[in-house]
Design a binder for this molecule. Structure first.
Ligand code: ADP
Ligand code: ADP
Ligand code: ZN
Length: 216
């Protein structure tokens, strides 16, 4: 299964993608995670990307397209993959079509997780991420068992630099302008599935599973 999880920042793409990795045994390709890794390592790419990320802007298309192209050629993507946070622009969607064509693949489903702005802001300002393994928590909706400590690996939890309210609002604006048009792009291709992202994590997951079990 070749999947895309689409939705505003904070809609729950990463949370649902991680569950799908477990259940279906296909890798999650999160451009946000890959960019943050490059930032943490202090690579040239990371330094360049950080300027955009801190402002809540999109990293230039050619940069993310390059990263995804390389990643999709790894052997673990042969049985399928979940793109999380990519594509985010029409140019990225078109570049993805091109890459998949070359690889003889296609997208089977785009899961569109819909959540309104005010809920997204509430989710993101209370999001905490594990420094070590990237696991995601929420102070109210999905708290860790022990304060500030990852349940899975014991790593320290932190708040992402771009998870402050004013940056979140800017990211939401960027989503509306650049990414939301992709809903129609994929609906026209007949691969779009809408999910009510305002349900709790378990409720959203049930919807996701019922879709994926059908197309699998
Ligand atoms: P995205 O990858 O779309 O940015 P995340 O999966 O990181 O979103 O979720 C954003 C925040 O909201 C996290 O703190 C996560 O724990 C929490 N969260 C995810 N899904 C839900 C949900 N259905 N209800 C409440 N909180 C959620
Ligand atoms: P969220 O799901 O909360 O929006 P991500 O981790 O997906 O966060 O992305 C964080 C930041 O990384 C984005 O605000 C943007 O600067 C950059 N980024 C991630 N994916 C892309 C992409 N496909 N195109 C451009 N920039 C991206
Ligand atoms: Zn961890």
């Amino acid at each position: 299964m070749n999947l895309i999880f689409l939705g505003a920042p904070g809609a729950g793409k990463g949370t649902q993608a991680k569950r799908a990795v477990e259940k279906y045994g296909i890798p999650q390709i999160s451009t946000g995670d890959m960019l943050r890794e490059a930032v943490a390592k202090g690579t040239e790419l990371g330094k360049k990307a950080k300027e955009y990320m801190d402002k809540g802007e999109l990293v230039p298309d050619e940069v993310v397209i390059g990263i995804v192209k390389e990643r999709l050629q790894q052997p673990d993507c042969e049985k399928g993959f979940i793109l999380d946070g990519f594509p985010r622009t029409l140019a990225q969607a078109e570049a993805l079509d091109e890459m998949l064509k070359e690889l003889g693949k296609k997208i089977d489903a785009v899961i569109n997780i819909a959540v309104p702005e005010e809920e997204v802001v509430k989710r993101i300002v209370n999001r905490r991420t594990c420094k070590k393994c990237g696991a995601v928590y929420h102070l109210i909706y999905a708290p860790p068992k022990e304060d500030n400590k990852c349940d899975k690996c014991g790593g320290e939890l932190y708040q992402r630099d771009d998870d402050k309210e004013e940056t979140v609002r800017e990211r939401y604006r960027v989503y509306k302008q650049n990414t939301e048009p992709l809903i129609e792009y994929y609906r026209k291709k007949g691969v779009l599935y809408d999910v009510d992202g305002t349900k709790d994590i378990e409720g959203v997951w049930e919807e996701v599973v019922s879709i994926l079990d059908k197309i699998k």
